[in-house]
Design a protein around this ligand. Sequence first.
Ligand code: BES
Ligand code: ZN
Length: 881
Amino acid sequence: MKPETPKPIQLKNYSAPAYRIDTVDLDVSLHPTRTRVLATLKLRPSPDAAKPGGPLVLDGEMMELGSVALDGTVLEAGSYRVTADTLTLPRVPDRAFTLTTETFCNPDTNASLSGLYRSREIYTTQCEAEGFRRITYYLDRPDVLATFTTRIEADVESAPVLLGNGNLVKHGRAGRGRHFAIWHDPHPKPAYLFALVGGKLAAHRDTFTTMSGRKVDLAIYVEPGKEDRCGWAMDALKRSMKWDEERFGREYDLDVFNIVAVSDFNMGAMENKGLNIFNDRLVLANPQTATDANYADIERVIAHEYFHNWTGNRITCRDWFQLCLKEGLTVYRDQEFSADTRSRTVQRIHDVRQLKARQFPEDAGPLAHPVRPSSYIEINNFYTATVYEKGAELVRMIATLLGRETFRKGMDLYFERHDGEAATVEQFLQCFADVSGHDLKSFMNWYNQAGTPELVCALKYDSRAKTATLEVEQIHGASPGASKKSPVPIPIKIGLIGANGQELPLRLANGRELPDGVLEMTKRSEKWTFRDIPSRPVASLLRGFSAPVNLTMSTTDRQLEFLVTHDTDAFNRWQAAQDYAMRIMIAAVRALRKGQRPARPDGFVGALATLLNDTTLEPAYLAQVLAVPSESDVARVIGRDVDPALIHRARRWLRKAIGVQLGDRLVEIYESTVRIKTFKPDAKSAGERALRIAALSLLAARGNPDDIARAARHFREARNATDEIGALAILANLPGPERTEALDRFYKRWKDDHLVIRTWFGFQAAAPLSTTLRTVKQLTTHPLFSMRNPNSVYGLIGTFASSNPLQFNRPDGKGYDFVAARILELDKFNPQVAARLLGAFRSWRNLEIGRRRMALRSLQNIASTPGLSNDVQEIVSKILD
Ligand code: BES
Ligand code: ZN
């Protein structure tokens, strides 16, 4: 029998809570299998309740209830009701009252990593979105803000360090080998920001003096022995604190800021008030164990979680439908931080690549949903690329439309107006409308409509009138549950390039100049005429990817070549090179399908050569230019009847052609880049390493013995993780003795380091070899692999499902079978991770018929399994819908 699908929660049914909680006193006595929680809540009827009075319904699950007391009187069992996920008191006073509950939970058996659990002997919590209800009975919703005081008690021996939110008030001995610490957080907060930690931990300490001169104690807690790997994270934290003061005027508001790194964590990191908890992969770094990409991720995530202190904690979300209010905005802020810290153009390229790789396919498939969804079954399924990355793009568009200064004024007003509140997207937008006078009503369409709009553009030139007219139409395809859509306001940043490469002034027919080159499109179709254009220009459209849309414009190869070599906007030069590579790969797929040989890509390679010889371009940028679109990118653009094997061949062919035709120049780049002796993680040094490895990789794609030997030498002589892992990535994809030797050597060197060894699992899972599936199956029984550890699962199974399109999509369907079986296995104890892995199937309908049938079989297998979690149930039914 199929269990009933749970009822979705609807945005339109939101109503304010009937009760408020002013203070929470928690007394948590930590024990590995039976932790006791005594909670004292001061409640009162809510003055702004939609339906005042009535029963008090508290959320709670996976707990054992000891006792319940109202205003100090223990209640008889008959005077309350307990279900699997609620505690109901039918009658409570219509004035302020105190509720005390005693509950027990089991951290050791909690493998879902939500609520209170233990990770390598460390007690830790994860409460977003709905984990607090696994710690105590509560009104577990973001619009209930309370002041928390937490007493934590544990064995001195096994948990000498006890951490909570806010400031440490008191600590001491509690007898029988136990001790306690009391933490008080003066800032009212929703329960999802609650955290506590207990364990054997070592601290890396520092201080930060805020702009008003307050001293803040900073500490990063890690497993003892790893303190020396915290330097970079600490440095990133201090720079983030400074940046938020300078760029947004935001100062930190507690005397301490603690970060704890744990090994078992479902997500990347969590912004609990004053006590951020991190997946250790996003904290620990030294030159031997962390690549430049790891360093950049750490910097970014440290910044992101810190920035939440204002965008998320001080101003939180009214309900989970408003998730983008904190996540989209905070991603925008961390992207801006990275852009200010590193190279703005290279950062934008990186962010746009991610958006297109992660969000565009989501928005084009069965899991598409608006940035602000209107219904959900399991909120954990909505921490998506759409909410995060498209959410960030929407904020960026507001900044582009209003200009930097007015945008800042809007942010200031938002902080001033809503500090201490649980807000909505409408309230956020209202702040920008108020400071700018700009009508942002239709902007809500961006938040409420799923799907990537298509922008169809044409440029007409009138040689007699010397005018150029840009005609643009926005097209909105259907999304699940939404066929009719309204137009959205679109900032289109443009440039017109004259015949000899000069940027032409943008003067509209009415004489108005467009100084920053931004057109605002508001209607379904619009045109703009520019005057004083001496000869037919080439249009450079959507500069800096000024809106998250798919741009279509018919361009000739010559025009693309011209843009690659002449566009004055560096982002769009890169974009043109990507578009050109994409066009060539798609043509190659078509040729290969007919059994023909693809045409030589001379024009494209020539344009690349010009870029490589441009000494004004930084190495990090050139590395991005040399990275042609991925196989998944090509599959996304082809869109239907996708044959991953043909795409793999086409991309290999193009990379080989680049390697062969630009060989001498690539060798020169590889040889000439300075080999810096002491490793520095800054963006400039990282860019030099990236360019060198990009050259090495394209040379290896030629496949000459010399090229492979060069990569093997690079691996052996590497003195930092970036070079070692960069070369291993190349070797791991080439069958042969060099591959085996490199993987063995790497394993021996790193088997005791669980973070580094994950890359070893990952490379074997990503290899486009026919033996890969067998290897991956074997690796699931390796002693260093664990289904209980999300990093381990993502590193092996996630990499296979999402980064190996060739082998995951094996025509015999065995890749699908394997991943589906692992999803079912995981779903029994960690539904969040299971549901995330399932996302790898979301584009199954785009596959050619044979693979589509195979994928369907695996999906139906999942769907018909009894006892699925809500998480997996929701995703699988949408994917099959
Ligand atoms: N608030 C989230 C963490 C989170 C997400 C907790 C979902 C519970 C459920 C945090 O701020 C976050 O967004 N983390 C990201 C990294 C960030 C840099 C985008 C993550 O964990 O992937
Ligand atoms: Zn976040």
